[in-house]
Design a protein around this ligand. Structure first.
Ligand code: GDP
Ligand code: PGA
Ligand code: MN
Length: 606
């Protein structure tokens, strides 16, 4: 190794050759002023949050212990799907739903961008582990970043630090994750609170299991353990190794008779995963505990059942809409402090506020750092960005299931696919069998949300809520799902359901109250598994009649519930050409079984 005279570079707490040579290579390319090997300690957190406060990036929140307010650059507020690339050697392996560039070409473009990109900054090396460190084969990553915001967020979202580097030893495999905000500082120049670059690339090399991210500091673009590793890279790995890396929450549902079921659910970003994961049931005697709110890694166990592990260590949740009624457990988690709030509003007395939260504070500082009053809200200027986020440790969640970090995972009884559809899709439907369930997942549709840049509200297909996260060809991904079902013992497979909390009446109101009331749907789902709940065969799947749902004590119009459950054959017939078009987009890799399922749906609709 060449002797580079960068302070800190040689303070490596490891003898891991591959890691050391990669860190040297990146330091040489990016030219930071200093290198820091992160240890994940409280001292490190205090030092870096202090540095972020001094830089004007963080504002401490006196009302919340060890918590900070932060506003991003107004142009760096969400995932950038059009700047996200899967650089497989063969473009066919990325498929029609991913952006692709030849890996060598991409490396050349990005190497030019990274050259000197950390000048004037500190380069941090963050060894992290996705999932329990006690796993037989822990899933390591190392993120190199020039952002203190990323380091402290990684402290919350992943398992970081000394215990990780020790467990890695001198030869453990790891995913190299390179991140730079792309804002070098000239000698003596002042920094801005949120450095970033207009040019952004979120790039994945699935064959090399490597991630390169440039230009953005936003969570999903910059905290590379999350969507980049745990979904895009892990899905490619899962395909090779016969498991599933999915955009799913994991919850534990206990009935009044103490029957336990674990449920995994895939909804697109900002469509209710975090809320369902922490749900407080409104029906007496039922209990929900949380295991994960965003990502599930699922492998078959020796008993043939599918076991899920949450690779994360924290919640990166959508703030707007979160309140003591919709998600009291998120509010309790945040109350304990140790959290970062990005792009929410700040109150004059040092607390946070966002649209949908209780109270109507008069004088706020908006996410744009401007004075804000309710009059601004009335004029259409929200105090918090619609994709504003809280970042908070899992272990503060009052309903965390004790087995949440069991390396064996938990056996999944039911998989839910869901989206945000104002029409057509019923509140709940059960798939006839695994392959039909894969079809429901593969044709999942949802209105776009603020979690990604672009037009909000437009309906698009979002297969398994994975459209922006499949690290390979979507057709091959469907085939992988079909194959896993074939290999498995059918009786041990989870049952698949399709849900929609977001159907609307003619006046635009939600037909179903959602949130805690979704426990009524969960109850029907597990009672289906236990053979106690009635369902009617429809063209779309098995659907409860309104009286098959437990609606006791629910103050809602029966007609609304019926409308939420209704299957309108005309609406579904109108869906057929859209599915057809979607399947055409996938191209030759689309499994023929998916066309068979579409033909069967068409026939059932008459
Ligand atoms: P995630 O990004 O998938 O984890 O989604 P969240 O759980 O953070 O929810 C995103 C947004 O949808 C928030 O504003 C929630 O308040 C809202 N939301 C979540 N669940 C429901 C529901 O059951 N009904 C309605 N109407 N809105 C919901
Ligand atoms: P989520 O994930 O919206 O699914 O919670 C965060 C993100 O997409 O950046
Ligand atoms: Mn979430």
């Amino acid at each position: 190794m060449t002797a580079l005279a960068i302070p800190g570079l040689d303070h490596a707490p490891t003898t891991h050759e591959r890691l050391l040579s990669w860190v040297h290579e990146v330091a040489e390319l990016t030219s930071p002023d200093e290198v820091v090997w992160c240890d994940g300690t409280q001292e490190e957190w205090d030092r870096l949050t202090g540095r972020l406060v001094d830089a004007g990036t963080f504002v401490p929140l006196p009302k919340r212990p060890n918590s900070f307010w932060c506003a991003s650059d107004p142009d760096d507020v969400a995932r950038v799907e059009e700047r996200t690339f899967i650089c497989s050697r063969d473009p066919a392996d990325a498929g029609a739903t991913n952006n692709w560039l030849d890996p060598a070409e991409m490396k050349s473009v990005m190497t030019d961008l990274y050259r000197g990109s950390m000048r004037g900054r500190t380069m941090y090396v963050i060894p992290f582990c996705m999932g329990p460190l006690a796993a037989d084969k822990p899933m390591f990553g190392v993120e190199i970043t020039d952002s203190e915001y990323v380091v402290v967020s990684m402290h919350i979202m992943t398992r970081v630090g000394r215990r990780v580097i020790e467990r890695m030893g001198s030869d453990a495999d790891f995913v190299p994750c390179l991140h730079s905000v792309g804002a070098p500082l000239a000698e003596g120049a002042d920094d801005v609170p949120w450095p970033c670059n207009e040019t952004k690339y979120i790039t994945h090399f699935p064959e090399e299991k490597t991630i390169w991210s440039f230009g953005s500091g936003y969570g999903g673009n910059a905290l590379l353990g999350k969507k980049c590793y745990s979904l895009r890279i892990a899905s490619a790995l899962a395909r090779e190794e016969g498991w599933l890396a999915e955009h799913m929450l994991i919850l534990k549902l206990t009935s009044p008779a103490d029957r336990v079921h674990y449920v995994a659910a895939a909804f697109p970003s900002a469509c209710g995963k975090t809320n369902l994961a922490m749900l407080e049931p409104t029906i007496p005697g039922w209990r929900v505990e949380t295991l994960g709110d965003d990502i599930a890694w699922m492998r078959f166990g020796k008993d043939g059942r599918l076991y899920a592990v949450n690779p994360e260590n924290g919640f990166f949740g959508v703030a707007p809409g979160t309140n003591w009624k919709t998600n009291p457990n998120a509010m309790r988690t945040l109350e304990q402090g140790n959290s970062i709030f990005t792009n929410v509003a700040r109150t004059a007395d040092g607390d946070v506020w966002w649209e949908g939260m209780e109270g109507s504070p008069e004088n706020l500082t908006s996410w744009k750092k401007q004075a804000w009053t309710p009059a601004d809200g009335a004029a259409g200027e929200p105090a918090a960005h619609p994709n504003s986020r809280y970042c908070t440790p899992m272990n503060q969640c009052p309903v965390l299931a004790p087995e949440w970090d069991d390396p064996q995972g938990v056996p999944i009884s039911a998989i839910l696919f869901g989206g945000r559809r104002a029409t057509t899709v019923p509140l709940v439907a059960q798939a006839r069998d695994w392959q039909h369930g894969v079809f429901l997942g593969a044709t999942l549709s949802s209105e776009k949300t603020a979690a990604a840049t672009g037009a909000v509200g437009q309906v698009r297909r979002d297969p398994m809520a994975m459209l922006p996260f499949i690290g390979y060809n979507a057709g091959d991904y469907f085939q992988h799902w079909v194959d896993l079902g074939k290999q498995a013992d059918a009786a041990a497979l989870p049952s698949i359901f399709y849900v929609n909390w977001f159907r609307r009446g003619e006046d635009g109101r939600f037909l179903w109250p959602g949130f805690g009331e979704n426990s009524r749907v969960l109850k029907w789902i597990v009672e289906r598994l236990d053979g106690d709940a009635a369902a009617a065969e429809t063209a779309v799947g098995l659907v409860p009649a309104a009286d098959a749902l437990d609606l006791s004590g629910l103050d809602v119009d029966q007609a609304d519930v019926e409308a939420a459950l209704a299957i309108d054959a005309d609406e579904w017939r109108a869906e057929l050409p859209l599915i057809e078009e979607w399947f055409d987009t996938i191209g030759p890799a689309l499994p023929s079984t998916m066309r068979d399922e579409l033909a069967a749906l068409r026939q059932r609709l008459g």
